[in-house]
Design a protein around this ligand. Structure first.
Ligand code: TXA
Ligand code: MG
Length: 330
């Protein structure tokens, strides 16, 4: 059987046998395994070279699956679930004993989401299992938004890749938790702070960290490492109004990752690889193209990639977060 395909029954059978299946979600491709099996979850960490201190998100297909996974559903979550599930919002709960300890890296909370992609939910439903799944890339590297991206990094390390086409959202889910009635955003993602504020009447704060934040019970969001989503090529963040000077003065092979259209008259030399995420300056389009464009640039043997920062609103927050970590010193 070819490693990439659309056979949901086969993929579900593999999951039931504790094997690894990468699958499309609306955010990025996930590398899935049975969340109730310590062995299956261990093989996720091995395939990604992921350190055990970085906990995984558990994916479900219907709300009733929460019963087996969490101690209780906080009342404050009800409206959020109603509005944003299925979709790119991950919620933290007090975990039940059914969740394999490896999934949560020993934390007593478990991160759960219901993906918006119907193929993903169909797969989960057919497997009859909660599915632990990180993004299907090698640890710290660029997230995959097509089945081919997964194959490029994980061929031979995953039993099957369930192809659901390019990811519509293109950045990972937003991760939130409740702390004394406040909603804390641990990772900006596909559901924006503005969208959350429409539904959640209490206070919402960003507590995203620029580095591994330690607490008494372990790391708050250990995946929020300073260097993440990283290309092999050096990446520098610039302001949009610096691009003209860069284009005129850079000599070696360089790349530009531009959030929106460059000024009309700007002559881009032929040794420049240019990626424009959204000619129209639309944040949704920027997000859906972001990782694929970064990947193409990284594969173009460039000396440096200059990336323009995004407007710091809506999905721009998630994009700036990814960009900052991708550019961070390793
Ligand atoms: O959109 C997504 O969320 C994608 C798709 C595949 O669903 N998944 C994803 O997984 O982005 P991953 O493993 O690349 O990122 C999960 C993040 C990590 O930063 C991890 O630290 C955090 O979730 N996380 C998981 N469980 C946690 C917990 N109990 N407390 C705090 N952070 C947690
Ligand atoms: Mg990831």
């Amino acid at each position: 059987m070819n490693a990439i395909g659309t056979d949901i029954d086969y993929a579900a059978k593999l999951l039931k046998a504790d094997r690894l299946v990468a699958f499309a979600t609306e955010t990025v491709y996930g590398l899935g395994a049975n969340a109730t099996s310590q062995n299956a979850v261990a093989s996720i960490f091995a395939a990604k070279n992921r350190p055990y201190f970085d906990p995984l998100i558990v994916h479900i297909a219907q709300k009733s699956q929460l019963d087996g996974l969490v101690r209780q559903i906080p009342a404050e979550y009800e409206l959020l679930i109603e509005h944003f599930w299925p979709g790119p919002l991950t919620l933290l709960f007090q975990k039940s004993d059914a969740v394999a300890d490896l999934v949560t890296s020993g934390l007593n909370t478990v991160a759960i989401r219901m993906p918006g992609h119907t193929l993903a939910r169909e797969l989960i439903r057919k497997s009859g299992l909660p599915i632990a799944a990180p993004s299907a890339n090698l640890f710290g590297r660029i997230s995959p938004t097509t089945a081919q991206h997964v194959a490029d990094q994980l061929a031979g390390r995953v039993d099957y890749i369930l192809d659901g086409g390019p990811c519509a959202v293109g950045v990972e889910s937003t991760i939130v938790r409740l702390a004394e009635g406040r909603l804390e955003i641990l990772r900006h993602g596909g559901v924006t702070k503005e969208q959350l504020a429409h539904v959640y009447s209490g206070e919402i704060v960003s507590v995203t960290t620029s580095a591994c934040e330690e607490t008494g019970e372990g790391a708050v969001a250990p995946g929020m490492l300073t260097s993440h989503y990283a290309p092999q090529t050096r990446l520098e963040i610039v302001q949009p109004d610096q691009i003209a000077t860069i284009v005129q003065q850079t000599q070696g092979r360089f790349g530009i990752l531009s959030a929106s259209a460059l000024p009309n008259e700007l002559p881009v030399p032929k040794w420049c690889h240019l990626e424009v995420l959204s000619e129209a300056g639309d944040l949704v389009e920027m997000a859906s193209h972001f990782f694929a464009a970064l990947r193409r640039l990284d594969e173009s043997s460039l000396e440096v990639i200059y990336a323009t920062s995004f407007p710091d609103v809506g999905l721009g927050r998630a994009l700036n977060d990814r960009l900052t970590r991708a550019a961070a010193k390793r």
